[in-house]
Design a protein around this ligand. Structure first.
Ligand SMILES: C[S@@+](CC[C@H](N)C(=O)[O-])C[C@H]1O[C@@H](n2cnc3c(N)ncnc32)[C@H](O)[C@@H]1O
Length: 545
């Protein structure tokens, strides 16, 4: 396979392996509600992704990233070039003096390569990654994604048609791109695609059966609701199809109003009361001719009177269980979405993505308990999309967001998530705000005083076994096993973590060989060998990953 070369590539291809691990420190005053494993991390995603590795290796079901497009425009609210002071410093340190002279494409590639490598390690075998780009880097992005994820795992590039460009002098660019890769296409094919199709088929089958059996609309809805109550657990994300009529099973949750100023304005007359339906605040999404056709096709859902805002019916039979390669969605919706939650901060953030766009992507490949990661989080659209999807289908997806710029993370991302959580009024959700603390250890003997037992245990387990540690299974000093080898860690107080006859007895009930990490060992090597124990001194004998 041909590979792309650029200046500085040799310095970054293995850079992810050279990075030290850092400790993630919870900031209580910026965290919100019940911590159910949603996280917002402030800091450089390179360090954050590495810090997540011992806890999330191979665990992330879906990654969506919207990195700087590298448009060459300066003066953006966030750095759209790779010119943030932090990234400039990082390039200089990593690539060396030639890092100063790189062209903007070299810089972008140097920045992206090690981050994508870490993202791949975090992605589960049946996971998917979506990467938003535009014409500036779409081609370079595809080349390095092919190299890192493997060309055979390329699923497709979605064209997101998001603007109408009225400039007639050139080719009017009316779209952006979303590259889509799996970690392992074989696992993907057998896991979620078939489940989605099955659920959809069940829904259509029962819909057709009830339509034949019931004589009127009320009876039909009642029979369907009853069936749905009993079978809901099998339907996964299709359980949003709550209604039924002669056309089949449908959802009434699609909005027809336009939250922006530019919506179409006209009256929709309620079929029973003959009064104009309550006008959405900002007008409708469709022109009048389209709306009239939707009404005459029976695709608009009216309430009992004009007070209910009308909605669009989306039939299960129209649901495509493959992502379409072209999505048309007004790009301005992203700003309207953000404005609807934190109007005061919108001016300081450019081009957030529409929540519906991210919901659409996530609804194809995530389900209950899946973890979703966005390491270029910006205003937190991905977090809002996860919270809203969970509210709609009752699932408990979790999000991890990373944002570099302190003012964005604190004043926009965290604030937005907090307000969405409050607005949704869900008591059992929230997020933990994490700061990137110093390195976990170094080989001069330093161990981070803020490191918790779990931090060191997860690191040891991961570097020994290349597997993530289920923290709920730790029984200090026991941290876990792989095959017939048990791993232990004595890590209570600096310089008091000693392996002696007394502490060794704490491991006696575990059969098989033992690897024990501590500060010091007072048992001689021969005795240890007789008992099948290998002692490793912290931090000098910690393995690198
Ligand atoms: C295009 S914006 C993402 C917008 C986001 N999708 C939304 O809807 O709000 C890119 C974001 O990535 C952040 N960023 C850039 N480099 C980063 C890095 N190395 N680590 C973490 N975040 C980074 C920028 O500060 C910016 O907020």
């Amino acid at each position: 396979m041909p590979v792309l070369n650029w200046i500085g590539k040799d310095k970054v291809v293995n850079h992810d392996k050279e990075l030290p691990f850092r400790v993630l420190k919870p900031i209580e005053e910026l965290s919100v509600g019940h911590n159910n494993k949603n996280f917002l991390i402030e800091g450089d995603n390179l360090e954050a992704l590495k810090a997540l590795m011992p806890f999330y290796y191979n665990q992330i079901k879906c990654i969506y990233i919207d990195p700087p497009y590298n448009t060459g425009k300066e003066g953006w609210k966030y750095n759209d070039n790779v010119n943030s002071p932090i990234i400039k410093k990082w390039l200089k340190e990593t690539v060396g003096p030639e890092g100063e002279d790189l062209c903007r494409h070299d810089k972008w590639l140097c920045m992206m390569y090690p981050r994508l490598t870490l993202l791949k390690d975090l992605l589960s075998e049946d996971g998917i990654i979506f990467i938003s780009l535009d014409n500036n880097e779409v081609h370079n992005g595809r080349s390095i994604l092919d190299e890192i994820f493997g060309g055979r795992n390329f699923l497709g590039t979605i064209i997101w048609r998001n603007v109408t460009d009225n400039n007639p002098t050139n080719i009017a660019i009316e779209h952006e791109y979303i590259h889509c890769y799996s970690k392992n296409k074989d696992s993907l094919d057998s896991v979620w695609k078939s489940k989605l199709s099955d659920a959809k088929n069940i829904l259509i089958e029962i819909g057709n059966k009830l339509i034949k059996e019931c004589s009127n609309q009320e009876e039909l809805q009642e029979a369907y609701t009853e069936w749905f109550r009993e079978n809901k657990q099998y339907l996964g994300q299709l359980d949003r199809y709550k209604y039924i009529d002669s056309g089949g099973v449908y959802t009434g949750s699609q909005s027809v109003h336009n939250p922006g100023k530019e919506g179409y304005r006209y009256d929709v007359i309620h079929p029973i009361t003959k009064k104009p339906s309550k006008q959405p605040l900002m007008g409708y999404r469709f022109p009048k001719s389209t709306m009239d056709k939707l009404i005459s096709d029976g695709k608009i859902l009216f309430g009992k009177d004009e007070d209910k805002i009308v909605e669009l019916k989306l039939y299960a039979k129209e649901y495509v269980d493959k992502l379409p390669s072209v999505i048309t969605m007004d790009g301005r919706l992203g700003v309207y979405d953000l404005r609807a939650v934190i109007s005061e901060e919108v001016k300081s953030f450019n081009n957030p993505k529409p929540v519906e766009l991210i919901k659409l992507l996530l609804s194809y490949c995530t389900k209950d308990e899946d973890i979703i990661l966005d390491s270029f989080a910006g205003s937190g659209t991905t977090g809002q999309a996860v919270l809203e999807l969970n509210k709609e289908d009752g699932f408990n997806r979790k999000f991890i967001l990373v944002e570099l710029e302190e003012h964005i993370a604190k004043n926009i991302t965290a604030k937005r998530l907090k307000r969405v959580i409050e607005k949704n009024n869900v008591t059992n959700t929230g997020f933990e705000y994490l700061d990137l603390n110093g390195v976990l250890y170094d080989y001069s003997g330093y161990v981070n005083p803020d490191a918790q037992y779990e931090d060191m245990a997860a690191y040891i387990y991961f570097t020994e076994t290349k597997d993530y540690l289920d923290l709920s299974k730790i029984k200090n000093p026991y941290i876990g096993a792989q095959g017939s080898t048990n791993y232990f860690l004595f890590f209570k107080e600096k310089d008091k973590n000693i392996l002696d006859e007394k502490s060794l007895r704490e491991t006696a009930s575990y059969k098989g060989s033992k690897v024990i990490y501590a500060d010091k060992c007072l048992i001689d090597e021969e005795d240890l060998a007789k008992q099948g124990v290998i002692f490793k001194q912290i931090p000098y004998e910690l393995k690198k990953y």
